[in-house]
Write a protein that binds this ligand. Structure first.
Ligand SMILES: [Cu+2]
Length: 181
């Protein structure tokens, strides 16, 4: 038997939780999408054409890889709000702080591991007013076989609270961020 197979078997017996960690791949395409809200139709910046954006599911210990491709005319970044970035600060997302923005036509891969955290967090654009329409949930489940730290709910539903206005994007941006910060 090859030595790497023996090592893997040995590790899986000693540390079963370690080998259950997965690599989760997501692709976020930043695109314009027409939306009708408050009696007006306009093009809004979205992830994968969804508003709110897609929910990201992972388990504690998983390695999450999110390729963000920018198809709009604005610079973008995505912030993984509340996710501990242990030795992956460059994947945190604030534009001009931990990374240069992803320019139109460019891609960036966010690469982080969910460590010591369970629960539902938030991702959102972290540049200018784009966060008003680019945000969604990150559901961070316990490791397989590990119970919740509370009685198991009968049902789970993700609720994303946001605010949409037809005027003054910047003001809406600040309202939204205050809610989540
Ligand atoms: Cu944030």
């Amino acid at each position: 038997m090859a030595s790497w197979v023996q090592t893997l078997l040995f590790m899986s017996i000693l540390f079963p939780a370690l080998v259950e960690c997965k690599i989760r791949h997501y692709h976020f395409a930043v695109v314009l999408k027409n939306a009708t809200k408050l009696c007006a139709t306009k093009a809004i910046v979205t992830v994968n054409g969804k508003f709110p954006g897609p929910t990201l599911y992972a388990r504690e210990g998983d390695n999450v890889l999110v390729r963000v491709t920018n198809h709009v005319q604005y610079n973008v970044t995505i912030h993984w709000h509340g996710v501990r970035q242990l030795r992956t600060g460059w994947s945190d997302g604030p534009a001009y702080i931990t990374q240069c923005p992803i320019q139109p036509g460019q891609s960036f891969v966010y690469n982080f591991t969910l460590t010591g955290q369970r629960g539902t967090l938030l991702w959102h654009a972290h540049i200018s007013w784009l966060r008003t329409t680019m945000h969604g949930a990150i559901v961070n489940l316990p490791k397989k076989g590990v119970p919740y730290p509370f009685p198991k709910p009968d049902k789970e539903k993700v609720i994303v609270l946001g605010e949409f206005r037809n005027f003054r994007h910047l003001e809406a941006c600040f309202c939204l961020h205050r809610m989540w910060s």
